[in-house]
Design a protein around this ligand. Sequence first.
Ligand code: SF4
Ligand code: SF4
Length: 372
Amino acid sequence: MEVLNDFYRVAENPYEYSRELKKSGKRIIGYFCSYTPEEIISASGVHPIRLFGTGGDITLADSHLQPYCCSLVRGALEEALEGRLDFLDGTVFPHTCDSIQRLSDIWRLNTNFGFFADVVLPVKLNTESSREYFADILKKFRLDLERGLGVTITDDKLKTAITRYNNIRRSLKALYEMHSKEPGILSGRDLWAVTRASMIMERDDLLVKLSLLKEALKKGGRSGKSEGKKRLVLAGSVCDHPNVYTIIEDSGGVVVWDDLCTGSRYFEGTIEENGNPVESIAARYAERLVCPAKHLSNTARGDNIVRIVKKHDAGGVVFLLLKFCDPHDFDYPYMKEFLDRENIPSMLLEVEDSLPSEAQLKTRFETFIHML
Ligand code: SF4
Ligand code: SF4
């Protein structure tokens, strides 16, 4: 499928793609974490791209961050200090986990990308006052963007951006659902490339490509064999390891859904299109599938993982956690308890920016999958 190559080109070469975009006159803002209100950045006319770790050695960042910070924030800082993010016109830090909050201070003091904003979101999302506070913070962010970038963000521009992002989220969800129904139509690596590219690609172009991909899949996908493979859910913070999907498939499994902020947590939930735009954006972020750096209720995350497993007829859950990711490390026993109560098997795999050897991973996945 030709259109898949476009997603791979962007997912595998995000900096090359961003530099091309920059040459075409676009300004670019990098962001960390899926709680960043991309719609407001997009309405400012500036292009938002998600920043990931490095995938390479971390040396310069070690002078600023302790080795017990997760490799995502250490790797992102390394990329900035090495000068590889030279296409950025600014960066945005939503207040979520401690590591991202601390990275924000270090970033502000040691890099110079122009625009910089902390979006100090509430931690508790289940009270009326926190909803109001959330909306106020986003109103302030809108003003910060207007002043910092010298632009005007009208309500009409916000409404256009909301519609654009709703369409992207619906398309990604539809794709995931098609794949869950018939996992052979796309490999896990393909789906990784599509979702990763969706956080990088120019969003109107992305919508065209997502629609082309959906049409191509309706005519017949890759026809990879999925019969007899054990259906799994992947859970954690981010998964920036396409090889994980391939190794799971080679071990007799297939990932049919996920609970990742580079997956379903990114696209679940749409924004009300007819209300006050900023308040509607705030409502979607407050109501979306919660990550453990936020609090919605004592059971929201546990109920959600069980619901995902049942809905997608999965036999087990693979927790893929980044080492030193405190929110997910603390959350894991609680999530496991919810799964154990329903007799849903799970396994835990801790990784860094680079994966353990393929043979080692295959043995672990095979052992788990044979147990299901
Ligand atoms: S897991 Fe939560 S805090 Fe971490 S990057 Fe994702 S949304 Fe943000
Ligand atoms: S949530 Fe975890 S993986 Fe994501 S930035 Fe924070 S510590 Fe790192």
